[in-house]
Design a protein. Structure first.
Ligand code: MN3
Length: 203
């Protein structure tokens, strides 16, 4: 198998009460696993692609053979997105941003509160399934959304953080109240990891 499901870096219940254990189990063990399984199935048809990182696959969708391009876009994107998602959260996370990302957020959005408000409002409006993202584009932070499992890498933007607004990410606990989930999610953010990603984005 070319790609593997990464272990969750904490217990399933570690993000309670913001994200419940049952959601984490299903989300990691079933949803993320399915993206990995389907990506591997596609790569079996073009084994030469198996040496690429999942990020490189998603970055270069145009060069993926047409017969598997949609699967790589959806399942490769799903794999990349969720791998990041588990890492940018942690137990006892949240609070004010730290490090360089804190300064950049102030520069580009005015304050952390203004940034959160923009991110939550923008992401709440993503119609149907998708993601909200913080990307670094042209020397500035920007909030964008993508549908389905599309990753900003496919548009040449490195995602610094992202939140999953597929219903599977929140429906068990929050039902139809996506804004409540978005508001609570900030209590899980791992700012050390976000700072690492910001450093990579600047390169
Ligand atoms: Mn998901």
């Amino acid at each position: 198998m070319a790609y593997e499901l990464p272990a969750l870096p904490y217990e399933y219940a570690a993000l309670e009460p913001y994200i419940d254990e049952a959601t984490m189990k299903l989300h990691h063990d079933k949803h993320h696993q399915t993206y990995v399984t389907n990506l591997n199935g596609a790569i079996e048809k073009h084994p030469e692609l198996g040496s690429k990182t999942p990020e490189d696959l998603v970055k270069g969708l145009d060069s993926i053979p047409e017969d598997i391009r949609a699967i790589v876009r959806n399942s490769g994107g799903g794999h990349v997105n969720h791998t990041m998602f588990w890492q940018i959260m942690k137990p006892n996370g949240g609070g004010e941003p730290t490090g360089n990302i804190a300064d950049q957020i102030k520069t580009d959005f005015g304050s952390f509160e203004d940034f959160k408000k923009l991110f939550n409002e923008t992401t709440a409006k993503q119609f149907g399934s998708g993601w909200g993202w913080l990307v670094f584009d042209g020397g500035k932070l920007k909030v964008v959304t993508t549908p389905n499992q599309d990753n900003p890498l496919s548009q040449g933007h490195y995602p610094i953080l992202g939140n999953d607004v597929w219903e599977h990410a929140y429906y068990l606990k929050y039902q139809n109240k996506r804004p409540d989930y978005l508001a609570a999610w900030w209590n899980t953010v791992n700012w050390d990891e976000v700072n690492k990603r910001f450093e990579t984005a600047q390169k």
